[in-house]
Design a protein around this ligand. Sequence first.
Ligand SMILES: *Cc1c(COP(=O)(O)O)cnc(C)c1O
Length: 502
Amino acid sequence: MKTVPTMQQEDHPLLFEIGAPGLCAVSLPPSDVPPVKRSEAVPGELLADDPPALPEVGELDLVRHYKRLAHRCFNIDANFYPLGSCTMKYNPRINERVAAMPGFINLHPYQDEADVQGILELLYRLRCDLAEIAGLAETTLQPAAGAHGEMTGLMIINAYHSSRGEHRSKVLTPDSAHGTNPASCTICGRRSIPVQSRKDGRVDLDDLRAKVDEDTAAFMITNPNTVGVFDEQVADIAQIIHAKGAQLYLDGANMNAILGITRPGDFGVDCMHFNTHKTFSTPHGGGGPGAGPVAVAEHLREFLPVPQVIRRHDGTFGWSSDRPKSIGKVRSFYGQVGVLVRAYTYIRAIGREGLRDVAEKAVLAANYVAARLKDRYPMPFPPPYAHEFVTVPDFPGSGVSDIDIAKRLIDYGIHPPTMSFPVHHCLMIEPTETESPATLDHFVEAMLAIADEIENDPKVVRTAPHTTPVRRLDEVTASRKPNVRWRRCDGTATARERSHST
Ligand SMILES: *Cc1c(COP(=O)(O)O)cnc(C)c1O
């Protein structure tokens, strides 16, 4: 007899391993269409020798199989995610409702402009809202993610310098920059030069002055930065950069902390990207989807990608490619429309005051948690923090490191924070604005309980997690030697083998 898989079972069977030949999740009435021989319907050389070895399971077993898997997912609907530098915040259900409206999901990008006025108006309004939030002149919605926005922004900046007969080969980035910043520089054919940070996490202006010159295309700053501090020197930085004819680029991944409080355009930024999936909420764990709209100041407008969504004089909406100096197209069709619909919904649902409230609560939550943890968890950068903060746990003699604490948090029902970025062996904590004081307190108490455990019984932390279906995975081996199970092509036996691809 086959054993029936249960919700608690550790080693979850594959769909191939449950069910039996002949079982089926649908029952169709007998066909009233005369049968056609396979070999007559499909040219012989396209036919496989054997039918594919598909799993055969009943409907209820199929439903339970996927439910069981879904219950294993650590997810923000069930658990707290203090995921620094990523703004993995709660995504209001209204966004999903709107994004799933038939009028949006049934659109086709080749439809006539006259048929799709609704989405065009939404995109137009969104790009205007984002320009206003940025304090800049105009926004393109094309880029598909933050990193893609960085590339687009640097292409615009390069086009600007070229239009003035200049080729500038360097881009400066603070040493705390996200990895995508130097990568984008390289993709755009520019050298990225790190600028040192001071002990308090701000840019070292002396080092900046020493490195910026007439060969510098831009300085890419993240503000608040990845260590969670807002660099108040940013207006001075803009002056230093502009004095050499370079441009100030803002990595807008941390806009969550400053929405409605200050605007990048007001502190000297020429060009920036938004990560709409972070700041304006779209579920984006596991690699997508996202959108990285880019906003630019007046002097960079003429280089923005085409086509641009516009409002015509007669009040209708459409696409315009009338921008002779444009860098061209960076994304097919309309961009990541589903994500953009969510961003627009989020902005409209919360409104002007609501956006400021988001930032204020995100900052308050981070500073509250930091203040409650500071006696047990050393913080290398002094408060006040923006929306996130860094702690480098230090428990001498315990043998416990950042990863052990992160894993132990899973046992307390909390998703591990970002580890070892941007400081070695750190935990980077970002509670976001959406968590209740009770959840923040639960997190603080879990962290303090772990600190006690480290002092009394460090082994329990070093060997965590204890409550998950699998314990500590060897991540390198898991990706080098995946444990793959499949069903043999003869359709009969189920194989359980370890592949040794390296
Ligand atoms: C997330 C992030 C990026 C990259 O954005 P994607 O949308 O993931 O491409 C760049 N910089 C910072 C600071 C980030 O947090």
